[in-house]
Ligand binder design. Structure first.
Ligand code: F6R
Length: 618
């Protein structure tokens, strides 16, 4: 949430910052703004709405060429999405420009303090206090190299909440200073130039060399002094260096109309990459990155899976697989709920946190809550260098590559695959499954990329169906066992992209009340289990029940399943896949469906209203 870009170097900062903002716009699109520092003076432009609005203003009123600049794309928290509330915010004396991601929780007393000192606020944001405080603190900080960084440290020690701040000062033309607490920030290192970004997409077109920053750290990037990192107390820190394993092309649309379409199409490759190097010659799993000892894993007596949104749905599916393969009890919980209750955890609890971005604040807080109680935390994450894997005891990276569309697709399927790997690995280490049993599931996993490819090959009918249903007010989803979370995921995708009322139901639960909402012609998308599943007959009955009440049924069923034919107004075929792995294939038509409905309704598929990717506020 909120995209942050900073640049210091020989190029034109205006271009670098705007390009970074284009790549980070998925993090928020309520407003965008830029400030550059040229000839000892800060100049800024900011505009409500998408980045295109700002670009229009800049075309009419260009900012001066400069070697230092910052930019921001906003997902509004304090204060509505207006020009005035857009970032950057300048101090009253015009010496400091600040951009911010997060929430400064004690902004009210700090604002009163500034107002008592005669400052007039120009916005309703919490961020503006940081600009005024920084300008005042800078004046009180002794002159010399690192003065802005010292002022930032002093200010940060007074701030509560979660924040990434980046500041530029008119007296320091070659310097930017940034601070982070519980919000994302990475540094890019080029040849005589430095970049700051909420994530590496901000600077991937220029460099793949990055530095991770820890909690409560301040970084100074300076054209001559280079990169300096300290804690909020001023203790020097050596940042962790890493090389980004994807390039700028991976973050482009590559000929697709929407990033989401491209990311859906990339799923076979993403699944294959997530499996790569993790399957040993003898069928055994090799998860070298899971830095928990075999003994730790053998001691696990309970698993919690904690996540938000789509990642939570991956967790719901993981429960079926992990319990089935390991016989360890698994609880799945929304991170925002887990964090504020008293879950029963101890050293032998394994908490699996799932997060594509690795920055979701609810999940991060849940992780810390788990660690406070001595539980072991294993992260399943896509973004290298992000906060959640860094704070976890162990990590299993999905290798989906950058996910730019706000709605998660390849992130979800690769999370599922990673969950399967975790379940099987636990079973393997604990000796619950023989090597040949693990090997046979591993073989099934290896077939998933091809199965997904096959599903993608047959999506024309789904797109046509989506166009015909795009005018509906309500669409329901039905599933049982692992099909239930798939139904929840299908409904979430449709809600977030097409703004249609959609709900996912457990097929067997419908008759306990919700079936009353079914009316003549209500579209109900039903996920039929594998033909050989003991639940198949039950779900066929549930489909009949809704059809008898007038529902128009769209049934997703495996090839060869003839039992569903009489009860399906529309049939979507998927290749037969073992029950526990079937969500990997049955989810795909639902992604395509939601994307096409939204497109038909004329909505921005990649940037749905009210949303942003990477939700870094609680
Ligand atoms: C929905 C979606 C969100 C995310 C959720 C968690 O399509 O993308 O529900 O799944 O915000 O995000 P991560 O996985 O980054 O923690």
């Amino acid at each position: 949430m909120c995209g942050i870009v900073g640049y210091v170097g020989p190029r034109d900062a205006r271009d670098v910052v705007l390009e970074g903002l284009r790549r980070l716009e998925y993090r928020g699109y309520d407003s965008a703004g830029i400030a550059v520092l040229a000839d000892g003076e800060l100049s800024a432009e900011k505009k409500a709405g998408k980045l295109a609005n700002l670009e229009k203003v800049l075309a009419e009123r260009p900012l001066p060429e400069a070697g230092t600049g910052i930019g921001h794309t906003r997902w509004a928290t304090h204060g509505g999405p207006t020009d005035r509330n857009a970032h950057p915010h300048l101090s009253a004396d015009g010496t400091v420009a600040v951009i911010h991601n997060g929430i400064i929780e004690n902004f009210a007393p700090l604002r009163s303090e500034c107002e008592a000192g005669g400052v007039e606020f120009r916005s309703e944001t919490d961020t503006e206090v940081a600009a005024h405080l920084l300008a005042a603190t800078y004046r009180e900080t002794p002159e010399g190299p690192g003065r802005l960084a010292e002022a930032m440290r002093r200010v940060c020690r007074r701030l509560e909440g979660a924040f990434t701040l980046v500041a530029s000062h008119a007296d320091e033309p070659d310097t930017l200073v940034a601070a982070r607490r519980s919000s994302p920030l990475v540094v890019g290192v080029g040849d005589g130039e430095y970049f700051l970004g909420s994530d590496v997409a901000a600077f991937i077109a220029h460099t793949r060399e990055a530095r991770e920053l820890g909690q409560d750290q301040v970084v100074e990037i300076d054209r001559t002094r280079g990169l300096t990192v300290t804690t909020f107390d001023g203790a020097p820190v050596e940042p962790v260096a890493y090389t980004v394993d994807w390039d700028a092309a991976a973050a482009e649309k590559g000929g697709y109309d929407w990033f989401m379409l491209k990311e859906i199409a990339e799923q076979p490759r993403a699944i294959a990459d997530t499996l790569l190097g993790r399957l040993g010659e003898q069928g055994q799993l090799v998860l070298d990155e899971v830095r928990l000892s075999d003994q730790d894993l053998r001691d696990v007596d309970k698993v919690f899976v904690v996540a938000c949104g789509t990642a939570y749905h991956a967790g719901l599916i993981a429960k079926y697989a992990i319990e089935h393969w390991t016989r360890i009890p698994v609880e799945v919980e929304l991170a925002s709920e887990f964090r504020y209750r008293d879950p029963v955890l101890d050293r032998s609890t394994l908490v699996v946190v799932i997060s594509q971005s690795g920055e979701t604040m609810d999940t991060l807080m849940a992780l810390r809550h788990a660690k406070d109680q001595k539980a072991r935390v294993l992260a399943i994450c896509n973004a290298n260098g992000s906060t959640i894997p860094r704070e976890s005891d162990a990590v299993l990276y999905t290798h989906a590559g950058p996910e730019v569309a706000v709605a998660s697709t390849k992130g979800f399927l690769t999370q599922l695959v990673a969950c399967y790997l975790v379940g099987l690995f636990l079973a393997q280490v604990r000796g619950i499954k023989y090597a040949d049993e693990v090997g046979s599931v591993v073989d099934q996993l290896r077939r998933l990329p091809e199965a997904v490819e096959q599903v993608l090959g047959g999506m024309d009918a789904v797109r046509e169906l989506a166009r015909s249903l795009a005018g509906e007010g309500t669409i329901l989803f039905l599933g049982r066992h692992v099909g239930f979370p798939v139904a929840l995921e299908g409904a979430l995708k449709l809600k977030e992209l097409a703004y249609i009322h959609a709900e996912g139901f457990a097929a067997g639960e419908l008759k306990h009340g919700s079936i009353a909402v079914i009316d003549q012609g209500t579209p109900v998308i039903c996920i039929a289990p594998a033909r050989l599943s003991p639940l198949h007959g039950k779900v066929v009955s549930n489909i009949q029940e809704v059809r008898a009440r007038g529902a128009r049924t769209i049934v997703i069923a495996e090839e060869g399943d003839e039992d569903v034919v009489p009860y399906a107004d529309h049939l979507v075929r998927v290749p037969p896949t073992p029950t526990l792995l079937s969500p990997v294939v049955t989810t795909v038509p639902l992604q395509v469906f939601a994307c096409e409905v939204a497109d038909t309704r004329g909505y921005d598929v990649d940037q749905p209203r009210n949303l942003a990717k990477s939700v870094t506020v609680e």
